[in-house]
Design a protein around this ligand. Structure first.
Ligand code: B16
Ligand code: MG
Length: 213
């Protein structure tokens, strides 16, 4: 194989939780009377909770205090956590398990590199809490994507040099993070179409894995 490790983003790559993030932010925006749509939501992919709130507040008609912002981020997270309560292995996105099985059979290490502080809850919901060789998430980092910190940590956890890693991402910020860390990247979905991702595919199921063999 061309890579010794594959580092997966979580929301929008392994699991459908990107839709739960959208619904949580939409509910908050409606309550606050702030315009919000799916295009704005694309820019929240891969960035931290507080940075996502700032994206939403670009359309706000008033200034919010720091304590109001903290309350809003917490409110959204409570909605989000309600939605992800019902996650099951059926919410794993198409092609993910086949791709992981193929990689593992070829001796490739598998890790998670996610900005989300809810990563442990999500992995438990989809039954993959002990599946990965390393998990780097929003609880362990201080700079979120597009900074490469989370992917550099994931590479370190599996003992692989960044230049031997492939990152799989659905976010523009995530693609930038991987490239900044010296890694190749497979971008999936609509949000990565304008990026410099090494490979692009609609989703993992549609990716031609012979390209990395
Ligand atoms: P939380 P990823 C990211 O996860 C999401 O894409 C992004 O929309 C979210 O704001 C961020 O996690 C933080 O999530 O509020 O759960 O800590 O795509 O890097 O797996
Ligand atoms: Mg993502």
């Amino acid at each position: 194989m061309k890579y010794k490790a594959v580092l997966f983003d979580l929301d929008g790559v392994i699991v459908t939780t990107d839709e739960c993030h959208y619904k949580g932010w939409k509910k908050l925006a409606d309550e606050e009377g702030i315009y919000f749509d799916r295009q704005i939501n694309q820019r929240q992919r891969g960035v931290s909770r507080m940075e996502s709130l700032e994206v939403l507040l670009e359309k706000a008609e008033k200034e919010y205090t720091e304590s109001e912002k903290n309350e809003m981020a917490e409110r959204k997270n409570n909605y989000y956590r309600e939605y992800i309560k019902s996650l099951t292995p059926e919410d794993i996105l198409p092609g993910v398990m086949d791709f992981c099985t193929m990689l593992r059979e070829n001796g490739v290490k598998l890790a998670i590199g996610s900005s989300s502080k809810n990563t442990p809850t999500i992995l438990e919901g989809i039954g993959l809490e002990s599946y990965f060789d390393g998990v780097a998430d929003g609880n362990q980092i201080s700079k979120s994507k597009p900074d490469p910190e989370v992917f550099l940590l994931a590479a370190k956890l599996v003992g692989v040099d960044p230049s031997d890693c492939l990152v799989v991402e659905d976010a523009e910020a995530g693609v930038e993070a991987a490239l900044a860390g010296g890694m190749d990247v497979l971008g999936v979905g609509d949000a990565v179409k304008g990026t410099n991702a090494t490979y692009k595919a609609e989703n993992i199921a549609k990716f031609d894995a012979s390209l990395i063999k």
